[in-house]
Design a protein around this ligand. Structure first.
Ligand SMILES: [Zn+2]
Length: 311
């Protein structure tokens, strides 16, 4: 409809005589009026098409499990108000539509996904985290609870990354799966210091850093996956954390959970992530709510790294 109004205007404009007569001027004035009206119609249409983004858009649902074996997970999550805490953490996000977090049974498949403004984390996946959790606490002060809650939180935040990129039409350079991992690590670093450390180390544990063998044999097709390999995801998460606070995470390098070679560049990796989050996501964050629910203890990187500046 709009293109029909604009096209004839363009044709008349290009064929207009160079020396303008009174009639042409009147015609031009009429065209300006039509264009202005078209512009207004466009503004009105886009106002209807795109609802205004606002904070407090997170909803949640603890779906009753179909498999009785998952009832305990459902009850513990509900009792611990897990999804309510997640709702608080993400309440500063300004979104155009509500985003619903669900824990639900997935007919035996251990998975998590985002679809149609709903993030579903399957009880089957949470059961796997429980099964893989160690029976005792680990070195670096990582508790059994960290190794369950950390990956659960990471899973929700990773899916939130996908949701945010799509709902806010955030451009993603590189693989979206890696970007979603980075989004998750960044949000985890907005928790309190101790909690963030526990969640990150717990999530890294579940990403198979606990595999004791330094050499692994992997089928070649694993490298074709859209996600990075689990160990790579663990190293990247630890790198972002170390880059954010070298003191808090010093022991992961000292005890060689994160190789020194990678660690040396983590400050820059964290700055890159912070730069992207500040440019792309911060405009969609409600500052008042962020002050209430996010803690600020990591390095803040306000400008692009100095090495990119001209001398
Ligand atoms: Zn993903």
């Amino acid at each position: 409809m709009l293109s029909q109004m604009v096209r004839p205007t363009h044709q008349i404009g290009t064929s207009a005589p160079t020396k303008s007569s009174g009639a042409t001027r009147r015609k031009s004035a009429a065209l300006v009026a039509i264009l202005a009206a078209a512009g207004m119609a466009l503004t009105a249409a886009s106002a209807i098409a795109a609802p205004r983004s606002k904070p407090n858009q997170i909803r949640y649902e603890y779906v009753s499990p179909k498999n009785p074996a998952h009832q305990a997970i459902h009850d513990q999550m509900k009792q611990g108000r897990a999804l309510e805490h997640l709702q608080e953490l993400l309440s500063p996000l300004r979104l155009p539509y509500p985003l619903t977090f669900k824990v639900a049974g997935c007919d035996g498949v251990a998975n998590a996904f985002y679809d149609d403004e709903v993030i579903t984390v399957c009880y089957e996946l949470l059961a796997e985290f429980l099964k893989n959790a160690p029976n005792r606490d680990l070195p670096l002060g990582v508790t059994r609870a960290d190794t369950i809650l950390g990956p659960a939180l990471d899973t929700f935040l990773h899916e939130t990354g996908h949701a945010v990129f799509r709902m806010l039409q955030i451009p993603v350079l590189g693989r979206e799966e890696d970007a979603a991992d980075q989004f998750s690590a960044y949000i985890m670093l907005r928790l309190g210091k101790d909690e963030a450390r526990g969640m990150i180390l717990g999530a890294a544990y579940q990403y198979s850093l606990h595999v004791p063998e330094p050499q692994v044999a992997i089928p070649i097709e694993k490298f074709s996956d859209e996600h990075s390999l689990p160990a790579q995801r663990a190293f990247s998460m630890l790198c972002i954390a170390y880059g954010a606070d070298k003191k808090l995470f010093a022991d992961i390098v000292e005890k060689e959970f994160l190789p020194r070679k990678r660690a040396d560049g983590c400050e820059i990796e964290y700055e890159d992530l912070t730069f992207a989050m500040t440019k792309l996501i911060s405009p969609h964050i409600d500052k008042r709510l962020a002050k209430k629910f996010h803690e600020v203890w990591t390095r803040t990187v306000s400008a692009r790294r100095a090495r990119f500046n001209r001398p």
